[in-house]
Design a protein around this ligand. Structure first.
Ligand SMILES: [Fe+2]
Ligand SMILES: [Fe+2]
Length: 264
């Protein structure tokens, strides 16, 4: 089976470029499972229920997120659904290693129309990020609850080392470990020895004439002066970044992974 994982959708430029390229990528690669990181869908900061609906309408089975998940308050209620629900709000994930009692869930297990079981997990790193529980031990805990063989993890983290370490830690236990958050794609997509597809960072789906999605002038001004200022999403040079994973649905082992960067 084929899994497509799309990196952080950033603002309207990101939404448009993904909408433009997704149908063709899905069709030409016979994509069975589509997972999209949507943490920056709302002007670069968070995601709203209507934008989540828009991403689900594009065909996403699950939306993962990260540190920007709480930027838009409207999403709290949308994600507040029973654990055994399969409605859309249940399929917007936040990192599983957030504090107990926060809205939403950090993993989802579902079934495709073919009967294929799958699970998606979302974790956040701890190095140079706001505090959260240990993503390594949390991954173990989630895996003890998941019965599906096909399992994709979105590890939302800042440092390459933490993501690479988690890849090796989970090698052979999950189908794919996909890094997000830095918004810069890395050139290391590979299948690890145990059959886990890995990439340190898929890269954002957004405007690349920017500083990780934000208008260059605004970020430069922040670096040059240290003065506060509102950040706004850039528009120029949009690219969709994604990883295409081939795996055996019966065992969950990946046999191929390819990074895609598609633009205008
Ligand atoms: Fe992001
Ligand atoms: Fe992030």
């Amino acid at each position: 089976m084929n899994i497509l994982f799309v990196g952080d959708i950033f603002g309207s430029a990101g939404r448009h470029i993904v909408r433009e390229h997704l149908p063709h990528v899905i069709e030409t690669n016979s994509v069975d499972l589509l997972v999209i990181n949507g943490e920056n869908a709302a002007g670069g900061f968070g995601i709203t229920p209507s934008l989540a609906e828009e991403i689900f309408d594009m065909g996403a089975h699950v939306i993962t997120t990260g540190n920007h998940i709480w930027d838009k308050r409207e999403i709290f209620e949308y994600m507040t659904v029973p654990a055994d629900s399969h409605e859309r709000g249940r399929r917007v994930l936040r990192p599983a290693n957030y504090a107990v009692g926060t809205p939403g869930f950090g993993f989802y297990q579902g079934e495709l129309p073919s009967g294929q079981q799958y699970a998606v997990m979302n974790l956040q790193g701890r190095v140079f990020m706001s505090s959260c529980d240990d993503p390594f031990r949390k991954a173990d805990e989630l895996l003890s609850k998941i019965t599906a063989k096909v399992i994709l993890l979105d590890i939302h983290a800042e440092t390459t080392s933490e993501k690479v370490a988690l890849g090796w830690y989970l090698d052979g236990r999950v189908t794919a470990v996909m890094g997000t958050h830095t918004h810069i794609p890395t050139a290391d997509a590979r299948v690890l020895h145990g059959g886990t597809a890995f990439i340190t960072d898929v890269g954002m789906s957004g405007p690349y004439d920017s500083v990780i999605g934000v208008e260059t002038e605004l970020v430069l001004n922040r670096f040059l002066t240290g003065m506060p200022g509102k950040f706004e999403a850039a528009k120029g040079n949009p690219k969709m970044c994604a990883a295409l994973i081939g795996c055996d649905g019966a065992t969950g082992r990946a046999y191929s992974v390819q990074h895609l960067m598609l633009g205008e």
